[in-house]
Ligand binder design. Structure first.
Ligand SMILES: [Zn+2]
Length: 382
């Protein structure tokens, strides 16, 4: 079915059609500032998502709590929402802004047991149940649930796997699954480039991505990175991909959200990032600081520390003057609010980072900004 027939079908069946447009405002080297235009508003890029995971929900964290940072994308997981019988992506959250859905395929590869993959989809055992995810079902749900930016089911392989055939297979499988996905929706669908660190597999995936992008697909994502590979290898592969992708389409990097990685990959032409490191580390008491450093709130040296978490931070917690000592006391007894405050603070560090990076790109000073930000910082492992 071509896009014209799809438009007529959608009109007849009163289906909501979501579209994505992308406009580049400024460029500094490969780094760019843009606008991702969706039916639920415009998102300035480079940007980050707020990954609204089950963990965040369980701790009582609500997207509406990030009152001053609403020009970002909320990310929700198709698989878990479907499992809970949720039929609209904004159900249970007050978020009138754009929402991205990921398929859940990645989580299944890492969590599910007895994984079987075929051109029809992904089969695995979860909690002693047999589950099957088909590529078209992921997009069908995304479309009916009014998702603005849909990540289809893709086939990912552990980056450090030694068998090159697996990467080629993942690129081919992702391409086949994409064809099933595209039959359902194409206006707001991302093509996910796979292939790990294997250049041959990446070339196959990039060749197919470029065909699809020329043929009406609006956006592209780079997947299959940020497992255990060295940072330098990840950055090289990001550049290998962005150099071979069209300049006028938005580019998302899946599963990457540490400050140093965000900066290095903005420099290599990435427009948006998602990941859970900020909130996950906050939950465990690791406090992120401006400049990429961090400290552990559990350490006894903060018992009487009346300073805020980070004097450079403009998050609601730091602005309200909540002290390290206060948060530490409450965190140590498992206070839910303290945990939410640490998650919000860490996430805000990235929010502040992309906002400042955009300004630096517009002024043509991105490299200087990156150098000043990182200073003598040694990236933390993990
Ligand atoms: Zn803060």
């Amino acid at each position: 079915m071509n896009s014209k027939s799809r438009a007529i079908r959608d009109l007849l069946f009163n289906k909501v059609r979501m579209t994505i447009q992308f406009k580049i405002i400024a460029q500094d080297g490969m780094a760019r500032v843009g606008e991702l235009i969706t039916d639920h508003g415009v998102v300035p890029t480079p940007t980050i998502t707020l990954n609204y995971t089950n963990a965040l929900e369980n701790w009582g964290f609500k997207p509406e709590d990030i009152t001053e940072a609403r020009d970002v994308i909320l990310l929700r997981n198709t698989f878990w929402l479907k499992e809970r019988g949720i039929s609209n992506v904004r159900e249970g959250v007050e978020w009138p802004r754009p929402v991205m859905s990921d398929s859940g395929g990645f989580q299944m590869v890492s969590m599910g047991k007895h994984l079987k993959q075929s051109f029809r989809g992904l089969e695995f055992d979860l909690d002693s149940r047999k589950i099957f995810i088909a590529p078209h079902e992921v997009v069908e749900w995304g479309k009916s649930a009014e998702v603005d930016l849909i990540m289809p089911l893709d086939n990912t392989v552990y980056t450090m796997d030694r068998n090159p055939l697996k990467f080629i297979w993942s690129a081919v499988m992702t391409a086949v699954w994409f064809r099933y996905s595209r039959k359902v929706a194409d206006d707001n669908l991302y093509y996910i480039v796979q292939g790990g660190l294997n250049k041959f597999a990446r070339r196959i995936s990039l060749w197919d991505a470029n065909r699809q992008l020329k043929n009406g697909i609006s956006a592209v994502a780079i997947g299959g990175l940020a497992w255990d590979e060295p940072r330098s290898a990840m950055y090289k592969m990001v550049k290998f991909c962005t150099q071979r992708l069209p300049g006028n389409k938005p580019r998302h990097l899946l599963g990457v959200c540490k400050p140093i990685d965000i900066l290095e990959c903005i420099e290599r032409g990435i427009d948006s990032f998602d990941g859970i490191a900020a909130t996950r580390e906050g939950r465990h008491g690791r406090v992120w600081l401006w400049g990429g450093k961090y400290f552990d709130i559990n350490n006894s040296q903060y018992v009487n520390d009346n300073g805020v978490l980070d004097s450079h931070c403009s998050c609601p917690v730091c602005r309200a003057g909540v002290s390290r000592a206060d948060i530490r006391t409450r965190f140590k007894i498992g206070d839910r609010e303290a945990i939410r405050q640490l998650m919000a603070h860490n996430w805000h560090q990235n929010y502040q980072l992309v906002s400042t990076a955009r300004q630096a790109i517009e002024e043509g000073k991105f490299r200087e900004f990156k150098r000043d930000f990182l200073g003598t910082f040694k990236p933390f492992v993990g």
